[in-house]
Design a protein around this ligand. Structure first.
Ligand code: NDP
Length: 340
């Protein structure tokens, strides 16, 4: 069973109808001399950048380089078991995470993205998120880009999602005051009562985001972890403190093209000497071993909480991916393909 790109995404946010589920036959044995691996996919990660790969664009207009092709399975991060290997680094039975297909079984030739899973005393699904690309994004963006100091005031958007929930908790572990925003009451409750944010608010219920931010940050924001862009970014720019830092991680509200003209307050960065820095997680993977040690020890000590939203089966995968753009997910969205 595979999830194929049915047709390119021409405008707006992705829809289920851009994808379809189909079946084809695969030999569960690699041909002799083949140097890749045959994987059984267990968990697949749903990530906003995947929608950009559905567009019919030249790759230079997106940070997601490999565009999906109609009729071909889409791909992304996943957790898989090696069923057969022609590669000296991998053996039958190994568990790995990295790039794989949205399908039950994948033959992977580009094995450089695959990382062998050594710690199996945590849920395997965690390698689609907190111990995988999302965790690394939160870690690199917060610690490397924002250089937090105890006592600083931190604001996180898309705070109840895969990355936001971790950034908020990293901020608390660094001795910061942290406020998150999300799009429902249930998510706001989670932020305050499960992830330990000092404050949280539902941005959809605010008539004036500038006023809302002033309520939680009367002296201004030192660090903004940016995942949504548009009107939120504009409101934040009016609330940044002297020498504040903005980690530009993502701008999901601008994906459909509706808010691109919305950011008008960039000039306020000048007087306040605000630094805004875009970053891509791929540039920080040399930190993965250090990150993994830290985060696994935090999980085992109960210092980090993690919420997943698990869609069951490939048939439900398109809907799960599309749901990221309406905020349907609560926590990290992933797909369970097979438990073993
Ligand atoms: P999430 O799990 O946070 O899911 C996306 C969330 O975005 C939704 O749940 C929704 O939450 C919110 N959202 C959707 N549409 C809007 C909108 N129009 N306005 C405001 N909020 C919206 O996703 P991730 O944690 O995986 O990703 C967060 C961001 O990080 C994304 O922008 C992504 O592109 C970016 N990213 C960047 C990377 C990098 O290397 N720079 C790597 C990975 C991700 P709500 O209900 O709160 O609205």
């Amino acid at each position: 069973k595979q999830v194929l790109l049915k047709e390119h995404l021409m405008s707006g946010n992705p829809k289920d109808s851009n994808m379809c589920v189909s079946t084809s036959k695969i030999k569960l044995k690699l041909p002799r001399g083949f140097t890749g691996v045959l994987l059984k996919n267990l968990y697949l990660s749903c990530d906003p950048y995947m929608a950009a790969r559905m567009k019919k664009l030249d790759a230079s207009s997106s940070y997601a380089l490999d565009m999906y092709r109609p009729g071909q399975p889409i791909s992304g991060y996943g957790v898989s078991k090696v069923l057969d290997s022609g590669h000296p680094k991998f053996a039958k039975g190994d568990l790995v995470w990295g790039f794989t297909g949205w399908e039950e079984y994948s033959v992977i030739t580009a094995t450089e993205s695959l990382i062998k899973i050594q710690h199996t005393d945590v849920p395997l699904s965690y390698y689609t998120g907190i111990l995988g690309m999302n965790g690394m994004t939160a870690y690199a963006g917060f610690y490397e880009v924002c250089s937090p100091k105890p006592g600083e005031k931190v604001f996180v958007s898309a705070a109840a999602g895969a990355i936001g929930q971790l950034v908020g908790q990293f901020a608390k572990l660094s001795g910061c005051y942290v406020v998150g925003t999300a799009g429902s009451k249930k998510k706001v409750d989670l932020l305050k009562n499960k992830f330990g944010f000092d404050e949280a608010f539902n941005y959809k219920e605010e008539t004036d985001l500038v006023v809302a931010l002033k309520r939680y940050f009367p002296e201004g924001i030192d660090i903004y972890f940016e995942s949504v862009g548009g009107k939120m970014l504009d409101a934040v720019l009016l609330n940044m403190r002297f020498k504040g830092r903005i980690a530009a991680c993502g701008m999901i509200s601008q994906f459909d093209g509706s808010q691109t003209a919305g950011v008008q307050n960039l000039m306020y960065m000048i007087g306040n000497r605000v630094r805004m820095e875009g970053f891509i997680v791929a540039d920080h993977f040399h930190l993965y071993p250090k990150f993994l040690d830290l985060v696994i020890s935090y999980i085992k000590q109960g210092k980090l909480t993690y919420v997943e939203d698990i869609a069951e089966g490939l048939d439900n995968a398109p809907k799960a991916l599309v749901g990221l753009f309406s905020g349907r997910n609560i926590g990290k969205q992933l797909v369970l393909v097979s438990k073993e």
